[in-house]
Ligand binder design. Structure first.
Ligand code: PMP
Length: 419
């Protein structure tokens, strides 16, 4: 019998990109279900439970009947808390500092990537958005699916995974509408220093038509350079909004997912005085509002005691030093010390050569199937940067024992498979 003819799926939807991390994750889970012993460094989320005081605030919200819709921009106490926290982290003060009215609460920070693209570009108009490569893959997919032109800006290992401001200057055209910055950075763990941001601002001042999307979701996960003390303050975080003239044209995106181990609660926030009402309208058109229960939990996350968040950060810092130290002892692998987030991005060009792997993706697959170690490859974060070699990504949101065992397996794999 003929298959029933179904209506078509749009070319737009068929061309929509994704986070290939989820594809690898499915592969890893299948192996684990089949009884294979796999140590996973794939997942970009804290491996801690949400702190108990925050859980309790969520339960209390349910019991107190806080079940209904909220205003699309979010509940006032959360907008106020988020504004205070955004200003505190960036040292913003005075009449231009972020107010509650400038903040919109969303179901995670992720939706604001789409809202920002939709708010500053028109489909098919040739509007360009510059985004980091390697980078969070949703930037490119959202730019493209909404009919803007994705313009990759390459991050350089020699610059600790910042980009060259001259390369930025060369990519800006009269059609450029937005520049996406992400610090600390997924997938490299790199951070933009105050000097990097000054150089970027100097370029942007020549191009007033360009908005900045500052994806600062990892703002609280910053560590001292090198193997420093694990109790340093968070003053090292630098934001483009600290540079004169940059705040009004910058969309700050931050949220609860990473800092308070709340990925599944879905709470993020975006701040920009001009665009807040526009984002609010997008939220009305999509989610209506973020979960009210999660919003009350996030109020507690920001306003309540910070010892659990501080302990998680300290733990990530220690793990960073552990994994980077161990990776650099493995033949064929060299790893820069990332300044933030919970990712390491070692160069494995030499390890690929030693083991006869054509590229990082073949190396990743063999690590998974032959060594029982799951990582992601550079191609999961955009096209490979020309002349920058082969890289893989570790999420070190894993126990010290898992880190030690995983890196040992990789070292053994390379030693065993010398070509
Ligand atoms: N931006 C970056 C760079 C991320 O890595 C992530 C999460 N992986 C997000 C945004 C989205 O975070 P959220 O859970 O708040 O939507």
């Amino acid at each position: 019998m003929d298959r029933m003819q179904l209506p078509a799926i749009s070319a737009r939807a068929q061309g929509l990109g994704t986070e290939n991390a989820f594809v690898v994750l499915a592969e890893v889970n299948q192996l684990i279900r089949a009884g294979r012993d796999v140590i996973s460094f794939c997942i970009g989320q804290p491996d801690f439970p949400t702190p108990v005081n925050i859980q309790d605030a969520g339960v209390a919200a349910i019991r107190e009947g806080k079940h209904g819709y909220t205003p699309s921009a979010g509940i006032d106490p959360l907008r106020e808390a988020a504004a205070r926290e955004i200003n505190r982290m960036r040292g913003l003060a005075g009449p231009d500092a972020i107010t509650a009215d400038d903040v919109v609460i969303g179901a995670g920070a992720k939706p604001f990537i789409a809202y920002a693209v939709l708010s500053v570009t028109d489909p098919g108009a040739g509007d360009e958005v510059i985004y980091p490569v390697p980078g969070f893959p949703i930037y490119e997919s959202q730019i493209a699916v909404h009919g803007a032109v994705p313009v990759p800006l390459y991050l350089r290992e020699a610059r600790d995974f910042a980009f060259d401001p001259d390369e930025l200057a060369a990519k800006i055209t009269p059609r450029t509408r937005m520049l996406i910055l992400n610090t600390p950075h997924n997938p490299t763990g790199g951070i933009l220093t105050r000097a990097d941001l000054e150089a970027i601002a100097a370029v942007l001042r020549r191009h007033p038509q360009v908005w900045v999307y500052a994806d600062e979701i990892y703002s609280r996960l910053i560590y001292s350079p090198g193997g420093g003390e694990a109790n340093d303050s968070d003053n090292a975080f630098a934001s483009i909004t600290q540079i004169p003239d940059m705040l009004p044209r910058t969309i700050i995106a931050d949220g609860a997912s990473k800092t308070w181990a709340m990925t599944g609660w879905r709470i993020g926030f975006a701040a920009n005085r001009t665009l807040a009402p526009v984002f609010t309208r997008w939220v009305t058109n999509t989610d209506s509002c973020a979960s009210q229960i999660s919003q009350w939990a996030a109020v507690e996350a920001i306003n309540g005691p910070q010892d659990a968040a501080a302990a998680m950060r300290k733990s990530f810092h220690e793990r960073r030093d552990l994994i980077v130290g161990l990776l650099n002892e493995v033949e064929g692998i060299s790893c820069k010390t990332p300044g933030g987030a919970f990712y390491a991005w070692p160069n494995v060009s030499e390890a690929c050569r030693i083991t006869g792997c054509a590229d990082s993706e073949e190396f990743r697959k063999r690590l998974l199937h032959e060594a029982g170690v799951a990582v992601l490859a550079d191609i999961h974060f955009g096209s490979r940067v020309p002349d920058e070699g082969q890289h893989i990504r570790f999420s070190y949101a894993a126990s010290n024992d898992a880190i030690r065992a995983g890196i040992r397996r990789i070292a053994d794999f390379i030693a065993r498979n010398r070509k």
